[in-house]
Design a protein around this ligand. Sequence first.
Ligand SMILES: C[S@@+](CC[C@H](N)C(=O)[O-])C[C@H]1O[C@@H](n2cnc3c(N)ncnc32)[C@H](O)[C@@H]1O
Length: 252
Amino acid sequence: MNRVIAWDPAQYHRYADERSRPFAELLTRVGAVSPRYVVDLGCGSGELTALLAQRWPEALVEGVDSSADMLAQAPAGARLSFTLADIRTWRPVRPVDVVVSSAALQWVDGHEQVLREFIDALAADGWLAVQVPGNFAADSHRLLRDVAARWVPELTLRTDPVLDPTGYFALLAAAGLQVDAWETTYLQVLPGEDPVLEWVKGTALRPVLAALAPGRQPAFLAEYGAALRAAYPGGSAGTLFPFRRVFAVGHR
Ligand SMILES: C[S@@+](CC[C@H](N)C(=O)[O-])C[C@H]1O[C@@H](n2cnc3c(N)ncnc32)[C@H](O)[C@@H]1O
């Protein structure tokens, strides 16, 4: 991610339940018993990072994120620390027992190499656990690319920032890890008005809004919002918003 985009913790947390579930499900496949040092890459506002400290009472847990706005919300804890840094360049100073990254590496150009370098940083018996959204071909993103291409033609939105489970399997296995990789499509049911637009405002829309002059944003949002309403019509139960996520866990 070479662009500087602002993160809004309040907007991101509007769907905290849907966003925390994949983190929990990723961690079910990590078998570390009593790790001493755990790192959460792209930890956001850190409330999920704090769950790592609860799960492993002997561990020092360090969350790393490049957004000061997100880290400003991070919880305090005796064994919990947070570092403002870019995970393309930040590296741990000692071997790590568990490296976790949830919903962050899709923002990092060249994240495959970043993963290889964090695998090199794993301790003996170490674990790597990664989750990324795999929804870049979904209507929400396709429509965003289509509308944004007319409003901010200078902005290129990547169509394929992440790998499939087989890609992560190959990457982690080539680095010598035992691998468990899978994907899940969550059939999310979102409440309220324009919920898909509100969801995307918390994540994928941010680079587009950052590139648009504030005065042009309302008209852009009206056009994109109308396209989303047509693609994801609301029903009596709410708005169905299928969301594919890709998971990979490796053990040294
Ligand atoms: C969608 S949030 C995910 C937060 C949390 N891990 C979760 O599962 O809810 C993505 C986070 O990745 C961070 N991020 C994106 N690129 C980064 C980079 N190059 N270095 C560090 N953090 C980055 C953002 O600042 C943001 O807080």
